[in-house]
Design a protein around this ligand. Structure first.
Ligand SMILES: N[C@@H](CCC(=O)N[C@@H](CS)C(=O)NCC(=O)O)C(=O)O
Length: 426
């Protein structure tokens, strides 16, 4: 039976481009289904219920989410003659390191180049160039990131190239003047049919930006959530939550009508609406000193990334033990939902992967030492609310590898008290 391959995609998406290129490299015919992200389709919601984002690759009815995971999946499913990842484990790990670097460092802050302004945009420009320079050093004199053959890291990065013109135009700078080697590399990549076929015309993206801003603006005019990032170095824990009368003060800027200052006030703040289209900070940001100290715009971009990458599990879990009041209640609700998702995913399997202890078990057990603190300060029992998950932790704890590696839960509680004092929650 022939493979059925469907790609849920959105034409300007640098992530979607990755999957398109990988499929083209392997000569896989696929059904490209363009999605309206402002009005998400049933198939998108059903196939990526956790993130509700494109791209989604559906292979013989089975969805695979996250673009870099898709590239790896494509490489493993259709090995053919053009491997995208090296077979050597160390080189593979290196390629994945750079893929992860691109995900965390390139994709996070680029919206500020076309969607931001002022200090935030200046800081974003500098950070973007620094990141490209790091990549330029990694590229060195090689033809592609992996050496002579085009592969995983090239695929991870090249989609952003079609946005470069827009970054340059809206942020008023020249990427080529700063990073000529990256541009030369991108031009080499574009000579490949797989890339040329998968990247939209840069001009089309630049022309689309005003419309995109308008659509995003429409969804962001009445924010219901705030994000506050302390940027004075005392806390790297961004806060976010629903806007309520008591936590919000007007900050006088039409698009960013609200900000929130923590119980132990940080010296600087950064605010962004995180409603609507995405939680990836697609609205402008507002930053500034809280009380007459010097602003440090450079510092907040990494924290935004921190907010984005941690928003799903890390963020609500620390807030359950590290905050109080309404914020804690909201975090608890969110965390309980994540536990539920994780319990559903486990089902009646012994471990996440089936009968064998593995990757996902390790990822979640990393949080186990904090469970007791979460239960204590969140005033709930994981065992009572999530018996299946609780049984799973007990099974994991029978493994020597786990017992030897996790921190003592009581020590963590003591430490949580120390942190609560620092966070102003005690
Ligand atoms: N980490 C994801 C990022 C995907 C992503 O951000 N997709 C955006 C479009 S470029 C999306 O679907 N946004 C819809 C939303 O955030 O609601 C990946 O690599 O696949």
């Amino acid at each position: 039976m022939a493979d059925e391959v469907i790609l849920l995609d959105y034409w300007p998406s640098a992530f979607g481009m990755r999957t398109r290129i990988a499929l083209e490299e392997k000569n896989i015919k696929y059904d490209h289904r363009e999605q309206d992200l402002f009005n998400k389709s049933q198939i998108l919601l059903e196939t990526n219920p956790v993130h509700k984002k494109i791209p989604v690759l559906i292979h013989n009815g089975k969805p695979v989410c996250e673009s870099l995971i898709q590239v790896e999946y494509i490489d493993e499913t259709w090995p053919g003659e053009t491997p995208l990842l090296p077979s050597d484990p160390y080189q593979r790990a290196e390629a994945k390191f750079w893929g992860d670097f691109i995900d965390k460092k390139v994709s996070g802050p680029t919206w500020v180049l076309w969607g931001g302004k002022g200090e935030a945009q200046e800081a974003g420009k500098k950070e973007f160039i620094d990141v490209l320079k790091t990549l330029e050093t990694e590229l060195g004199d090689k033809t592609y990131f992996g050496g002579e053959s085009f592969g995983y890291v090239d695929i991870a990065l090249i989609g952003f190239y079609s946005w470069f013109d827009a970054y340059e135009k809206f942020a008023n700078f020249s990427i080529e003047a700063e990073c000529p080697k990256v541009i030369a590399w991108a031009k080499r990549c574009l000579k490949r049919e797989s890339v040329a076929k998968s990247l939209p015309d840069s001009d089309k993206i630049t022309k689309y930006i005003p419309e995109l801003k308008k659509r995003l603006g429409e969804t962001c005019t009445t924010p219901t959530h705030y994000a506050v990032l302390s940027i004075d170095g005392s806390s790297h824990n961004p806060l976010y939550g629903p806007i309520t009368g008591t936590t919000v003060k007007e900050c006088g800027c039409a698009r960013f009508t609200h900000y929130y200052v923590t119980a132990a006030p940080p010296s600087h703040y950064a605010v962004s609406s995180i409603d609507g289209f995405s939680q990836s900070g697609l609205c402008d940001l507002h930053t500034g000193p809280v009380a007459g100290r010097r602003n440090n715009p450079k510092a907040f971009l990494p924290l935004i990334r921190c907010l984005l990458t941690h928003i799903l599990f890390y963020d609500p879990s620390w807030k359950v033990w590290g905050t109080t009041g309404e914020e804690q209640v909201k975090a608890k609700k969110e965390l309980l939902e994540h536990f539920k998702t994780l319990e559903t995913e486990l089902g009646d399997k012994t471990y996440y992967g089936g009968d064998v202890f593995g990757f996902v078990d390790i990822a979640l057990m990393g949080y186990y030492s904090w469970f007791k603190a979460i239960e204590k300060f969140g005033e709930f029992s994981i065992e009572a609310e999530f018996p299946v998950l609780s049984q799973w932790t007990k099974r994991c704890l029978e493994r020597e590898s786990v017992v030897h590696s996790i921190a003592d839960s009581d020590k963590i509680i003591e430490y949580a008290y120390v942190l609560r004092r620092k966070l102003g929650a005690e």
